[in-house]
Write a protein that binds this ligand. Sequence first.
Ligand code: TYD
Length: 183
Amino acid sequence: MAVRNFLSTFAAKSCSMYTRKLVNEQISYYMETTLVLLKPSCVQRQLIGEIVHRFERRGLRIAGMKMMQLDEAILRDHYAHLVDRPFFPALAASMMASPIVAMAISGVEAVQVVRAMTGFTNGRAADPGTIRGDYAMSNQQNIVHASDSVENAAIELARFFRPEEIFDYRSGVQDYLYAPNEC
Ligand code: TYD
């Protein structure tokens, strides 16, 4: 148990790319932490509480949260894969239009769980029941950003949070969220 706790803590902090491990013939799952940004489209539409509530209701744990004003430098880093696309200036402007809320969200396999909750990039194509499918009509004003892989989650968390701003605490309802071999 102590070993598992250590591994969970380590994985949550480092966002280890190994999310499952065979321990005593049973699959053991590692906690992950992922980055979510509540974009200006979320903040301006006063949906912060509603979106945070969705993550909490799912059983995910808020490990860090703060409001920030983004600038072009951080956006050029964050959207490095898109800086050469024609829509980048409009994207950057939309992300600087007001403060955003940065969140670190933890849970077993949190990266893919949060990404699935987010839905397709274009709100018009996103499935109902996903955040974008329920709150967005746009390809750009699409409410949230969520890390798309465990590796990127580690990079993106380090971009938006200092280590001491991410809290590794045990949820009081953990035993009712996961089976013993899942966390
Ligand atoms: P991307 O990383 O492709 O999608 P996701 O946010 O689903 O991981 O794109 C990043 C953001 O860039 C996206 O949330 C909105 C914006 N964007 C546009 O404004 N126009 C576009 O055509 C695309 C593909 C993205």
